[in-house]
Design a protein around this ligand. Structure first.
Ligand code: B16
Ligand code: MG
Length: 230
C-alpha cells in the first residue's frame, strides 16, 4: 500500500482567514430588521459557508418573494457588507494565518482558497494576502456551492493535486460536508459543536502544525471496496 503525502492546503475564507463571518451576520441582521424578518445568532451561525441566495432563503423560512425582491434584498445586503469591508485591513487576519502560509510555502505545499463568497477576491485584497495563494476559487467559480464538493474539487484540479493529498480548513458545517464529499481531510476551525464532522478540530490556525496535517493525510484509511467500486 502506498502512503499519501500532503501536497496542498485549501482554506475557506470567511471564518478561517478572517472573521467576515461576523460581518455577514451583522449585515443579514440589518436586512432582517429592515424587513421585519426574525433573525438570531443561531440562524446566523447556520449561514456560515452558505451562499448569499441560500442564506436569504433560510432567513425567509418559507416566505415567498418575487425574483425582483429576492435580487433586491441580496443586493442591499451586499451593499451593507461592502461598506463594512472598506474598514478591513491586514490587521483583520486571524491569528496564525501568516505563519501557516509561510510554513506551507517553505515546505513546498500548494495553497488555495475555496470560498462560497462572491467577494472573496475583494476580501483577500483588503487583507493583503491574495498573492500568497496559487489558486482562488470563489462564489463565481462553480454552479453548486457548499455543501456540494464542487468548489473543493475545482481547487484541487486547478492546483493539479489529487483530492486525497489536500487538507481543507473550514469553520462551517456546509464546508465540512463539501470537503469530505470531495474526498479531502478536513481541519475544523472553531468550537467542536460547530465543526463536528471534521477529522481534526482546532480553536485557531495558530494551533496548527504541518506535521499534524502530514500525519492526517498519511494515516488516511483506504476507501472500503464498496466505495471504490460504487
Ligand atoms: P457573499 P466562506 C461564505 O464564505 C460565508 O461564510 C457565508 O456567510 C456567505 O453567505 C457566503 O460566503 C456568500 O458570501 O455574499 O460575499 O457572496 O465561508 O465559504 O468563505
Ligand atoms: Mg467559512
Amino acid at each position: 500500500m502506498t502512503t499519501m503525502t500532503l501536497q496542498a492546503l485549501i482554506f475557506d475564507l470567511d471564518g478561517v482567514l478572517t472573521d467576515t463571518a461576523e460581518l455577514h451576520y451583522r449585515t443579514w441582521q440589518r436586512v432582517a430588521e429592515e424587513e421585519g424578518f426574525a433573525f438570531s445568532r443561531s440562524l446566523g451561525d447556520q449561514l456560515r459557508g452558505v451562499s448569499r441566495r441560500a442564506s436569504l432563503e433560510a432567513i425567509l423560512a418559507g416566505r415567498v418573494l418575487s425574483e425582483a425582491q429576492m435580487t433586491a434584498l441580496q443586493a442591499r445586503k451586499n451593499d451593507h457588507f461592502l461598506t463594512m469591508l472598506n474598514h478591513m485591513t491586514p490587521a483583520d487576519l486571524l491569528p496564525g494565518v501568516l505563519p501557516l502560509l509561510d510554513d506551507a510555502r517553505a515546505s513546498g505545499l500548494r495553497t488555495a482558497v475555496a470560498s462560497a463568497s462572491q467577494n472573496a477576491h475583494a476580501v483577500l485584497d483588503r487583507l493583503g494576502i491574495r498573492p500568497r495563494f496559487d489558486v482562488i476559487c470563489d462564489g463565481h467559480s462553480v454552479l453548486h456551492s457548499k455543501p456540494a464538493p464542487d468548489l473543493f474539487l475545482l481547487a484541487a484540479t486547478r492546483l493539479n493535486v489529487p483530492p486525497s493529498a489536500c487538507v481543507v480548513f473550514e469553520d462551517a458545517a456546509a464546508g465540512i460536508v463539501g470537503a469530505r464529499a470531495a474526498g479531502m481531510m478536513v481541519v475544523g476551525v472553531g468550537p467542536p459543536s460547530r465543526v463536528d464532522g471534521a477529522n481534526l478540530v482546532v480553536s485557531s490556525l495558530a494551533n496548527v502544525r504541518l506535521a499534524d496535517l502530514q500525519r492526517l493525510v498519511a494515516d488516511r484509511q483506504p476507501p472500503a471496496a464498496e466505495e471504490m467500486y460504487a
